[in-house]
Ligand binder design. Structure first.
Ligand code: NDP
Length: 336
């Protein structure tokens, strides 16, 4: 069976393409330029004619995906602005996130005659909010606070806030589209909401700061100096390989149709993670490579995501914090 993956050169998408190919699917990936397509050939060339890439340079353009959805059985839409060139204008995030999603859903509706399933990669950003006491969130939640804040601050909002807002708004647009057109669609929708994705990238990066944003953020939070208030904060994580597997299961499992599904392994605090890293790799700390943080700090988990639905419907078994963290760290070590 044939699958279209948008943003195929991304951190999550490259693992997704790899797992699909390993499972015998034909994969067509969209990228924004030829050079990005050629980089994919280096990784997936060994799959011969089971893999191809096509250039869609502007995903917001009406009909941009029309010709590429015609012969596929499923679509995985992962492309969305994560680190756009201009981070000033909120629309640099929001417009491609929202219109790119509506654009592929429209193409799938009009021309995806074989399409049975469309999977859209949203984020826990769409359902999360700032919390002060222990809070458990699930698929019924929406985090509109980020959208309001981004609207109020406009160009003054920082990149991350605009990103969080863009994920919320694009997911809302996704469900609106689905509700409006459901009766005449030959496919059903699955929305996946991953938490902070960590784990080894297939994307090439040689120097610090060239890696994908979620790894830059992980490195900053887990491996660089931070104050106690920050070290106490909770984060929720998931391994990129598990996110890829979830996207593949999401096209296979009948019961996933029409569902919004959180993809998240567990919670930790940044100091607890440092403590864990210290216990497994004391050498990195005694040699002064990594800062220890504040080992005396007592930190509590405040934000918990209920991710039982993914286990139940998709059968995902998550990698442990230890495994994902050590694998991420190893990537940085090999790059000095
Ligand atoms: P990457 O930045 O590695 O990948 C993003 C992909 O989207 C790239 O292929 C990129 O193409 C493409 N893209 C970005 N902006 C545009 C645009 N304006 N038009 C067309 N394509 C665009 O990030 P991730 O792999 O981490 O993210 C993949 C998806 O997963 C996103 O939807 C993200 O929101 C979501 N997600 C990620 C999480 C994480 O922690 N990493 C957590 C939750 C959700 P190009 O290389 O040309 O810029």
């Amino acid at each position: 069976s044939r699958v279209l993956v948008t943003g195929a050169n991304g951190y999550v998408a490259m693992w997704l393409v790899r797992v699909l190919l390993e499972q015998g699917y034909f994969v067509r990936g969209t990228v924004r330029s030829e050079s990005k397509g050629k980089q994919l050939d280096e990784h997936f060339g060994s799959y011969g004619n089971k893999f191809e890439w096509v250039v869609v340079n502007d995903i917001t353009k009406e009909g941009a995906f029309d010709e590429f959805v015609m012969d596929v059985d499923a679509i995985e839409h992962t492309a969305s602005p994560v680190s756009p060139e201009s981070q000033e204008d909120p629309q640099e995030y929001i417009r491609p996130a929202v219109q790119g999603t509506v654009s592929i859903l429209t193409s799938a509706m009009k021309f995806g005659t074989n399409v049975k399933r469309v999977v859209v990669t949203s984020s826990v950003a769409a359902l999360s909010r700032t919390v002060t006491g222990l809070t458990i969130l699930d698929e019924k939640d929406w985090g509109d606070e980020f959208v309001k804040a981004a609207e109020e601050l406009g160009t003054k909002a920082d990149g991350i806030l605009k990103y969080l807002a863009s994920k919320n708004l694009s997911e809302r647009a996704t469900w609106e589209f689905y509700a409006k057109h459901k009766a005449k669609l030959g496919w059903d929708l699955v929305v996946l909401n991953p938490s902070h994705v960590i784990g080894p990238p297939l994307q090439d990066f040689r120097n610090l700061g060239e890696e994908t944003l979620s790894l830059q953020r992980w490195y900053n939070f887990a491996c660089q100096d931070q104050d106690d208030d920050f070290l106490k904060t909770t984060y929720n994580y998931v391994d990129v390989r598990d996110v890829a597997a979830a996207h593949v299961e999401a096209i296979k499992k009948e019961a996933a149709g029409g569902e919004r599904i959180i993809i998240s392994a567990d919670s930790s605090t940044w100091q607890d993670t440092r403590n864990m890293m210290f216990s497994l790799r004391p050498d990195l700390y005694t040699s002064g490579v990594l800062p220890r943080g504040n080992a005396e700090l007592t930190s509590e988990i405040l934000l918990v995501l209920n991710s039982q639905k993914a286990q139940k419907i998709l059968g995902i078994k998550y990698k442990s914090l230890e495994e994902s963290t050590l694998a991420t760290l190893a990537e940085y070590e090999t790059r000095g």
